[in-house]
Design a protein around this ligand. Sequence first.
Ligand code: AMP
Ligand code: GLY
Length: 422
Amino acid sequence: MKVLVIGSGAREHALIMALLADDEVEGVICAPGNAGIAGVVETHQVDPLDPEAIGELAAKLSVDLVVIGPEVPLVAGAADAVRDRGIACFGPSAAAAQLEGSKAFAKQVMAEAGVLTAIAHVCSTIDEVVTAIDQFGAPYVVKDDGLAAGKGVVVTNDRAEALAHAQFCLARAADAQVVIEEYLDGPEVSLFGITDGTTIVPLQPAQDFKRVRDGDEGPNTGGMGAYSPLPWAPENLVADVTKRVLQPVVDVMRRRDTPFIGLLYAGLALTSRGTRVIEFNARFGDPETQVVLARLASPLGRALMAASTGRLADLPPLAWHPHAAVTVVVAAANYPENPRTGDAITGIAAADAVAGVQVLHAGTALNAQGELVSAGGRVLSVTATGDTLAGARQSAYAAIDLITLEGSHHRTDIALDASAPA
Ligand code: AMP
Ligand code: GLY
């Protein structure tokens, strides 16, 4: 099969490397990609906001399968445009992608599916916000209803900061809504399932580090690092979440006549009162995908094709490597606020040569002189495998030490607690 991957992050770089390792995949093409992806496969320009352009590119390239990485094209209807041309697509329709595109919609589906989540109030005015935050008390959780690249959520003890964020979200559009939630304590887990709209097959769980600085300080980001497996997680976590969360949501989406085909991402909090859903995403997580795929032993192309063509029930069970994987994101100066771009990146080849390490590119480009430069907030996702989390961690950080990017920063505590001896 010939596969077109849409996107330009380290998640897409990881998907492409896994697809290339599947012997049923004869070719992979990416649009738009980045400098690292262009080093391994053919790339094409495409506007991720233009569903018809994505559909036309897939038809022109005569691909058998399109895998859509980011949420923005999905919410805009890229999967619909691809399927309208008779091409299989791994990614939900615009209607089904509302599970990620609108937090208020996700709450409705969870209520219908009997899925446990934080109690929430959807507010359209600042007066409603004041009432809601004072009802819940601190810590305050204030969320933009729409897509915000992981940066629309503020969790704070500072009431003024909570109100300021709500005010900012409400000012974005005349019909803007903001969601005020009860605070969920406990560690977070990302669990992905691939689904054909009926059957859902869970992947291995991972943990993401959302805050920009060590010790979970600073603002939320798209994700600064991840690891898998989770040695501290309950043994039945995957089976339990599949039964209580993933399958019921897939069933509700199908009953609503908006079947969800693609990757359903459950962001979970393991609270003192049990597991609660924080959010759904309609696509592979970034950077969790980098570690989950580093552990997948089964061919990825076959699994994504089976999900895209309603044949997931026939897929043999997925096999997993016992090894551990850690990924650390190298971010540009001033990420997440206002990332600086155009800085030279060196040392990638040396970092890649560290045993077990794969340097996956996110915001990278070649400048006019053909030099590798930063081109986005999250620049690289340095991914390592090892027999243990401690070993994988050590390799990832040894590789990062070999990379130079002026002004860059990364967290130094990815998988630190989880890799400490019990
Ligand atoms: P979201 O975009 O909904 O995933 O939120 C981003 C991050 O904010 C989550 O990964 C959590 O770290 C935090 N967060 C979101 N909702 C809550 C909540 N109800 N309680 C505690 N933390 C939350
Ligand atoms: N790592 C969080 C996300 O992909 O949304």
